[in-house]
Design a protein. Structure first.
Length: 492
C-alpha cells in the first residue's frame, strides 16, 4: 500500500527564516490569520511547490485546506502584517497589509528566499474599514494571471494555492470568500519606503535600504552610497519589467506606488488585463477614470513612481538635501533612455531582427501605428508576421503590404535565414495570452457554476504560451466581434 500523505507540513519541507519579522516593530504588526468556517482547497500549484523544494504530496494532505486558509499554522511561521504607505492615483495614504498576512520567508534547498503570504486571511490593524477578506473570483484571477506571466518569462509573484473559506464576503454582491497563498521574492514596495519617509524616520529608512539591498541587490550592498545603488538597481529592473509588459500587451491597471515591488516582480493583480487590439490608450480598470494607468502610459507612471522612491531616499543620498536631490535627479533622468533601450530590444525580438540599423525603431513604430489605426490584434499580428502573409486587416491591406515589403527587405539585409528569424520571433511573440473574454468565461464558470474545468484547461494552455500547437482557437485568435471585455474590476 502506498504511504498515506503526511498531514505534517514539517515533512513537506518548509524551512522558515523570517528576516522581515526580525526588523524593528515599526516595520510590522504581529497578527494571526482569523480562522474560517469551512476551508476547502480549490487550486494547488504542484510545479511551484516543487520549485520551492516542498513536497507537493505531503503538502496536499488532509490538513492542506486548513493550512492554506490560515486555520492551521506552518511550523516556523511568524505571521505579521507589513506597514507601508502608497500613492494611490497620485495621493499618498498610510496603508499596510489590510487583508494579507506574511507567514514568513521560506528558504529553498538551493538557498533562495521567498515570502509566503496569505491574501484574504482576515483583518489586521491596517484594515481600516475593510473586512480583511478576499472573494474567490479575484483570487482565482490573480492565480491565473500571475502563473501566465511567469510562463511568459516575466518576473512576477506566484500563486501556490487558492482555498475557499466557506464564508461569504460582502461587496456589491455577496460572494464566496477565498484565500490566496502568494509567493514573492519579497513584498517590499516603493510605498514601504514612503511610509518611513512620511514619518521622518531616517533610521528605519536606512535599515530598510540595507535589508532590501541584502535581499535583492547583494552586489550593490557595498555601493559608496547604498541608497543610490538601490535606486539604480530598482530602476534597471523596472525598465526591463515594463518593457516586458508592453511586449505581451499587459496592462497592470493599478500602478500605485504600493503596488510596485522593489524586487522587480509584477505584483498585485487586480483589474489587470491584456490588450487584444493594439491601443496605447487602453484602460480596463473600472476605477481608472482618467486613464492614468493606460497601457501606453505605464513607462511614464514607472518614472513617476521611481521619483517617489527617490524622494523617500533623499535623507540617505547626501547630508545636504540639495546635493541629494541633484544626485537622485541625475539618476532618474536616465530612466526613459534605459526603458527605450529595453523596449526597442523587445521590439527587435518581435520583428526577428538580429542586427541593428538606424531605421529599426521607425520600422517597429510604423507597424504599431498601423495596428492602432486598424484595430488589429496585437498578439495575433505579431505572431503571424511572415514575409508572404496576407494582411491581418483586409480593409487596410495597402499600408500593411508596403510595411511588409520594408520589413522583408530589412530581413534580407541580415545574414540569418528565415527559420532562425522565425525562431527568434516565436520566442518573443506569444501565441497565446490570457485573453480577457476567455479569462472572464473561465472565472464565471468557476464562481457561478462551480465548474473548474475551463479554468484548469486555460491554466494548462497558458503554461506554454509560445507554443501554438494544440492551443484552442479562442486563445489563438482575436475575440469575435462583440466579445472583447472592456472593463475589469478591482473586485477586492
Ligand atoms: P490593493 O488594491 O489590493 O492593492 O489594496 C490596497 C490597500 O487596501 C492595501 O492596504 C490593502 O491591504 C487594503 N485592502 C484592500 N482590500 C481590503 C479588504 N477587503 N480589507 C482590508 N483592507 C483591504
Ligand atoms: Mg496592493
Amino acid at each position: 500500500m502506498p504511504p498515506s500523505p503526511s498531514p505534517d507540513p514539517l515533512i513537506a519541507g518548509w524551512r522558515f527564516d523570517n528576516s522581515y519579522a526580525r526588523l524593528p516593530d515599526a516595520f510590522h504588526t504581529r497578527v494571526q490569520p482569523t480562522p474560517v468556517a469551512e476551508p476547502f482547497l480549490v487550486l494547488f500549484n504542484r510545479t511551484l511547490a516543487e520549485t520551492l523544494g516542498v513536497d507537493p504530496v505531503a503538502l496536499v494532505g488532509p490538513t492542506a485546506p486548513a493550512h492554506f486558509t490560515g486555520n492551521l499554522s506552518f511550523p516556523g511561521a511568524e505571521p505579521i502584517a507589513q506597514a507601508y504607505a502608497g500613492h494611490q492615483f497620485g495621493h499618498l495614504s498610510r496603508l499596510g497589509d489590510g487583508r494579507a498576512i506574511l507567514l514568513g520567508e521560506h528558504i529553498t534547498p538551493t538557498g533562495e528566499r521567498f515570502d509566503v503570504q496569505l491574501k484574504g486571511a482576515g483583518p489586521t490593524p491596517y484594515s481600516r474599514s475593510g473586512d480583511g477578506r478576499a472573494a474567490l473570483g479575484p483570487m482565482l484571477r490573480e492565480y491565473l494571471i500571475s502563473e501566465a506571466m511567469h510562463a511568459l518569462g516575466i518576473p512576477t509573484t506566484r500563486s501556490l494555492a487558492v482555498a475557499t473559506t466557506g464564508e461569504p464576503v460582502f461587496r456589491e454582491q455577496t460572494l464566496p470568500g477565498a484565500v490566496l497563498t502568494r509567493i514573492a521574492a519579497s513584498h517590499i514596495r516603493v510605498g514601504t519606503f514612503e511610509y518611513f519617509a512620511a514619518l521622518d524616520d531616517t533610521e528605519s529608512l536606512r535599515l530598510l535600504t540595507e535589508h532590501t539591498l541584502g535581499r535583492h541587490f547583494p552586489d550593490r550592498k557595498d555601493s559608496e552610497t547604498p541608497a543610490l545603488g538601490l535606486l539604480e538597481g530598482v530602476m534597471e529592473r523596472q525598465a526591463s519589467l515594463i518593457a516586458q509588459w508592453l511586449r505581451v500587451g499587459f496592462v497592470h491597471g493599478v500602478m500605485n506606488t504600493d503596488n510596485m515591488a522593489l524586487s522587480g516582480e509584477t505584483i498585485d493583480y487586480g483589474p489587470c488585463a491584456f490588450v487584444d487590439a493594439y491601443n496605447p490608450a487602453a484602460v480596463f480598470s473600472s476605477i481608472d477614470h482618467q486613464g492614468r494607468y493606460a497601457f501606453g502610459r505605464q513607462p511614464q507612471i514607472a518614472t513617476w513612481n521611481l521619483a517617489r522612491l527617490a524622494e523617500a531616499l533623499v535623507p540617505l543620498l547626501h547630508s545636504k538635501t540639495e546635493t541629494a536631490v541633484e544626485r537622485a535627479n541625475a539618476l532618474l533622468a536616465g530612466f526613459t533612455e534605459r526603458f527605450q533601450r529595453e523596449w526597442h530590444n523587445a521590439l527587435r525580438g518581435k520583428l526577428g531582427l538580429f542586427t541593428t540599423e538606424p531605421g529599426d525603431a521607425a520600422l517597429a513604430d510604423d507597424l504599431l501605428r498601423w495596428m492602432q489605426n486598424t484595430g488589429a490584434d496585437y498578439t495575433h499580428t505579431f505572431r503571424n508576421l511572415h514575409p508572404q502573409a496576407s494582411t491581418p486587416a483586409p480593409d487596410c491591406a495597402a499600408p500593411f503590404e508596403l510595411w511588409q515589403q520594408r520589413w522583408t527587405a530589412r530581413l534580407d539585409r541580415q545574414p540569418q535565414p528565415w527559420p532562425e528569424v522565425q525562431r527568434r520571433m516565436q520566442a518573443h511573440n506569444p501565441a497565446v495570452i490570457p485573453r480577457n473574454h476567455v479569462v472572464e468565461a473561465a472565472l464565471t464558470a468557476a464562481t457561478a457554476a462551480n465548474d473548474l474545468d475551463p479554468l484548469g484547461r486555460l491554466l494548462i494552455s497558458l503554461t506554454k504560451p509560445y507554443d501554438a500547437a494544440d492551443q484552442p482557437a479562442e486563445l489563438l485568435n482575436p475575440p469575435p466581434p462583440g466579445t472583447p471585455v472592456c472593463r475589469t474590476f478591482c473586485g477586492t
